[in-house]
Design a protein around this ligand. Structure first.
Ligand SMILES: [Cu+2]
Length: 362
């Protein structure tokens, strides 16, 4: 920048005035602070990869950014969100932003032929633009052949919209987590384009796309206030039961309840989300599991399915503890990503292995 040019064009008095106005504008922006809605721009691909859900059981999936569950998208209420989506798979897809009301943006709702002109064809891209018009535990999933793509091919991920004004209870949370339950059909695990019909049998059950023993513990310390955001991402109801603690149900589908209530078992049906807040005040090792017995099996073998253990810091681990030698992943329930503010957060441990594309792209 050459100051001479500016001097030639703008009289010094005018320049001073201009600088003054700019300074005031900047001060105004800073002052407005939190009420200033942020603009976010993210990119996601949809890829054909294979994930290992349980020991010896791999499933071909359509994976957002190559991972199941999809990356965490974390924004604030009122923010504007742009997501560029590229379909690298052999079948068409869309994204439905589940929970977003799409006020004045209903063509971004992701239902082909109704609220989006066409699905995103293989090799093509589409840009979604919407406002995060309400807070809560929302999610995103495909809306093409949901029977297969959502129920058995892992096309889902969390969209967390922080409220402008969190409740007093929410402010006490010291550890946040996301648990997305779903089911799998081994008969069609490796056959894209099949599965998810009423006559098909689900025989693997998971949280964040892993079945016990591939699931992970939740490490806590006494005094922690743990929030769990429970999602029914698949096609069956999961009766999540926590041992040793009461869970206070605070939100349903992202909406704060007028009267939060205590439970020890919470039913999480397809599409639903329940936020529960738990005072971690009972040191020990306690499980949380799905109380639908068949969900606690891997292809009919005990025991498997969506299960975790709350491991308190400072409590001695018994020699006979099932997960004594477990390699701990502190981000398996997104607890690390959730501390990092707004953004899109990939998670390497959720990444699948690329599969050879047997079908030709159209
Ligand atoms: Cu799809």
């Amino acid at each position: 920048m050459k100051p001479v040019n500016i001097k030639n064009k703008i009289h010094p008095d005018k320049a001073r005035l201009l600088i003054g106005v700019m300074a005031m504008t900047l001060a105004g922006l800073l002052f407005a602070g939190q009420s200033w809605a942020a603009q976010h721009e993210f990119s996601m691909t949809i890829d054909e990869v294979s994930i290992e859900v349980a020991p010896g059981f791999t499933n071909k999936v359509f994976a957002f950014n190559g991972q199941v569950p999809g990356p965490l998208i974390h924004v604030k209420e009122g923010d504007d969100v742009t997501v560029h989506v590229t379909n690298n798979t052999t079948l068409p897809h869309t994204i439905h932003w589940h929970g977003i009301n799409q006020i004045n943006s209903w063509h971004m709702d992701g239902v082909p032929g109704v609220s989006q002109k066409d699905a995103i064809q293989p090799g093509e891209s589409f840009t979604y633009k919407f406002n995060a018009d309400r807070p809560g535990s929302l999610w995103y999933h495909c809306h093409v052949n949901v029977w297969e793509h959502v129920a058995t091919r892992g096309m889902w991920g969390p969209l967390i919209v922080d409220p402008k004004e969190p409740s007093a209870l929410e402010k006490r949370v010291t550890k946040d987590s996301i648990l997305m339950m779903s089911t799998w059909e081994s008969a069609y695990a490796n056959s894209y384009g099949k599965g998810g019909m009423p006559q098909d049998v689900a025989d693997y059950f998971s949280v964040n796309a892993k079945s016990f023993p591939y699931t992970q513990p939740v490490r806590v310390k006494k005094g922690d206030v743990l929030r769990m955001r429970l999602y029914g991402a698949g096609d069956e109801t999961h009766q999540m039961h926590m041992h040793g603690h009461d869970m206070l149900v605070t939100h349903k589908d992202g909406y704060p309840l007028a009267n939060p209530y205590y439970v020890d078992t919470v039913p999480v049906g397809p599409g639903e989300r329940y936020d529960v807040i738990v005072g971690m005040n009972n040191p020990g090792y306690f499980v949380m599991h799905d109380h639908v017995d068949k969900h606690m099996t891997n292809n009919g073998a005990m025991m498997g399915g969506p299960m975790t253990v709350f491991e308190y810091e400072g409590v001695k681990m018994d020699d006979w503890y099932a997960w004594k030698d477990k390699v701990y992943d502190p981000n398996f329930f997104y607890s690390v990503s959730l501390t990092q503010g707004s953004g899109l957060f990939n998670s390497a441990p959720f990444m699948g292995k690329p599969v050879e594309q047997a079908r030709k792209r159209r």
